[in-house]
Design a protein around this ligand. Structure first.
Ligand code: A3D
Length: 320
């Protein structure tokens, strides 16, 4: 049986890390695409040359030609520009929207059967635009943000409680960014919800609030430290978890930017929700009942994404 074909559109920091992870995990063969001639070819060759020492079997090819992504099973999109210190994700809208148009058309023409995971920011608006430009079905196009946001939340919680992060689960909803909604009552240590852990004296409400805020600001913290570019190791790992669930039909329950039609009071909109990812793509949106304050936070987050989607329509009339 042929190996799955995984196309990585964008061969920058995240794209290169994705290629390395795909090879290390032997998830399939890699096509690394970028417009910067030399970069995808160089990274693909460098990673391929690590194969003999690492012991993986995978073909890696770098390219600037969309024809090479033909028949890809998965496309992970990181093409565009990342944030610089002081920039918000939303500042990237205009430039990355143009990139999504080129990428969407490239996928439409060459890999219309692929499961597409968008990572380019501002995430929720870009995944919407990418779906519009590519014309693929909604269940085959999603965005990576929730897995990363909940991983950051889990990391901070495990640190605070001094327990294994394997026993910490976290639940986040809404758009990727400042309006993200971490749901503490659905986040647990070995099944014990966070509000109960506060009552048990494991932490204080103030410390928990600070962790929630640090999670919301998690991307900016890394941008500030790096001084040049944004996070890439954890974003790449998070997207790989989603791709693996699709390729192996694992049916993992993962939060991602998915098309929500009917749940959460939404009729046809991309935003971060818990989903089931299997061979059908986004097979299910997990709809939970929100408390009043949670719904208010979620609505605020949705409104922020709606503003960006409207801005996209203002920039590119084919989206209106
Ligand atoms: P970077 O290292 O700059 O890589 C981006 C690559 O895209 C570069 O190699 C460019 O040459 C390439 N590129 C630009 N235009 C095109 C095009 N039209 N077609 C193909 N390739 C193109 O950035 P990065 O890898 O650090 O980040 C990539 C994106 O991910 C940025 O938009 C980030 O803001 C975003 N990001 C999202 C998250 C989420 O959690 C959603 C986290 C971290 C970064």
């Amino acid at each position: 049986m042929a190996r799955p074909k995984i196309a990585l559109i964008g061969a920058g920091q995240i794209g290169g890390t994705l290629a390395h992870l795909v090879a290390l995990k032997e998830l399939g063969d890699v096509i690394l695409f970028d417009i910067a001639d030399g970069t995808p070819q160089g990274k693909a060759l460098d990673i391929a040359e690590s194969g003999p020492a690492e012991g993986f079997d995978a073909n890696l090819k770098g390219t600037t030609d969309y024809a090479d992504i033909a028949g890809a099973d998965v496309c992970i999109v990181t093409a565009g520009v990342p944030r610089k210190p002081g920039m918000s994700r939303d500042d990237l809208l205009g430039i990355n929207l143009k990139v999504m148009k080129a990428v969407g058309e490239g996928i439409k023409a060459n890999a219309p059967e692929a499961f597409v995971i968008c990572i380019t920011n501002p995430l929720d608006a870009m995944v919407w635009a990418l779906r519009e430009f590519s014309g693929l079905s909604h269940e085959k196009v999603c965005g990576m943000a929730g897995v990363l946001d909940s991983a950051r939340f889990r990391h901070f919680l495990a640190d605070e409680f001094d327990v294994s992060m394997k026993d910490v689960t976290a639940f986040v909803l809404g758009g990727h960014g400042d309006t993200m909604v971490p749901l503490t009552r659905y986040s647990t240590v070995a099944g014990i919800p966070l509000p109960d852990l506060v009552k048990m004296g494991w932490t204080s409400q103030e410390k928990l609030d600070a962790i929630v805020q640090r999670t919301r600001d998690g991307g900016a913290e890394i941008v500030g430290l790096l001084g040049n570019g944004s996070a890439y190791y954890a974003p790449a790992t998070s997207a790989i978890q989603m791709a693996e669930s699709y390729l192996k039909d694992q049916k993992r329950v993962l939060p991602c930017a998915a098309y929500v039609d009917g749940a959460y009071g939404l009729d046809g909109f991309y935003v971060g929700v818990p989903t089931v990812i299997g061979k059908g793509g986004i097979e299910r949106v997990v709809a939970i009942e929100l408390a009043k304050d949670e719904q208010a936070m979620f609505d605020k987050s949705v409104d922020a994404v709606k503003g960006l989607v409207e801005a996209c329509k203002g920039i590119d009339e084919t989206l209106a």
